[in-house]
Write a protein that binds this ligand. Structure first.
Ligand SMILES: N[C@@H](CCC(=O)NCCCC(=O)O)C(=O)O
Length: 258
């Protein structure tokens, strides 16, 4: 059986004056080394990507984090200075992929910006600069220069007993995670179940209600320590298992139809 493949929407980056469609290594590396699946990085075009044509060719969807924010117009709000930077190509690629993956029962793991896109894709809203709200911690990246320091595991979240995410993490209750975000879920989409929160109430994990398959989002970054942190590893292994099971079912159905 060939190794399964997941779609990873790219970010638009400008590098040395050229526009790149790029995905950070930490996501595709965790996919390969821990979930044991290959990644197909999807160019972040504002038009031209066809979600179903992409999904016909993969067995799962992995939505990465990004410094950019979902454009507020996608959740019914005017954009303000504090809402940027934006990446309209990423928005235009990611949100349709999320919706169609859920409709089609294709495994979906959404991380950081990904959980925010998941919430917007299903009709929820986001809050910006959450650290400025009374009682909300500073969830932004630590002010350090090294990447390991930025992604250091440093904050507890409380995972609901009996939840999907608890099953995939292999644990419930207090779980230590990293945190690098300025935005968070404000109004939770009707089809999402909140399954973990920070102690300040910030939504940290959701699952899709009545999902046909693995379909969760986390606000933290399990990919970064997926090889060494037990809950992070368990989540990526569970995602890989769901992707392979989907791939096997698809092959069986295609074989039967041939
Ligand atoms: N832009 C959103 C989502 C934050 C996010 O995905 N952070 C991870 C990227 C950080 C990095 O790669 O340096 C927000 O700020 O809430």
């Amino acid at each position: 059986m060939p190794k399964s493949v997941v779609a990873v929407p790219a970010d638009i980056r400008e590098i040395e004056g050229a526009i790149w469609h790029a995905a950070p290594n930490q996501y595709v590396s965790a996919a390969l080394k821990v979930a044991d699946v290959m990644s197909f990085i999807v160019p972040a075009f504002e038009t031209g990507n066809e979600a179903d044509a992409i999904l016909d060719r993969v067995d799962g969807v992995l939505i990465s984090g990004a410094v950019s924010n979902v454009h507020p117009s996608l959740y019914g709000r005017e954009a303000s200075e504090e809402d940027g930077p934006f990446d309209p190509g990423r928005d235009a690629t990611s949100l349709p992929l999320i919706r169609r993956a859920i409709d089609r029962g294709i495994p979906l793991l959404a991380i950081c910006r990904g959980i925010q896109e998941l919430n917007v894709a299903l009709g929820g809203t986001l809050a910006s600069e959450i650290q400025e709200q009374p009682g909300i911690w500073d969830h932004r990246s630590p002010d350090v220069s090294d990447r390991d320091g930025k992604f250091a595991i440093r904050q507890p979240v409380i995972v609901e007993e009996g939840s999907c995410i608890a099953r995939y993490l292999g644990t419930a209750g207090e779980v230590q995670v990293n945190s690098l975000h300025r935005q968070a879920i404000s109004e939770t989409a009707p089809r999402l179940q909140v399954e973990a929160r920070a102690e300040d109430g910030t939504v940290e994990a959701v699952s899709v209600i009545d999902a046909k398959n693995f379909a969760v989002g986390v606000q933290w970054h399990p990919e970064y320590w997926a090889e060494t942190d037990a809950p992070s590893r368990a989540l990526f292994e569970a995602f890989g298992d769901a992707v392979r099971a989907y791939s096997a079912r698809k092959a069986t159905l295609e074989g039967a139809a041939a």
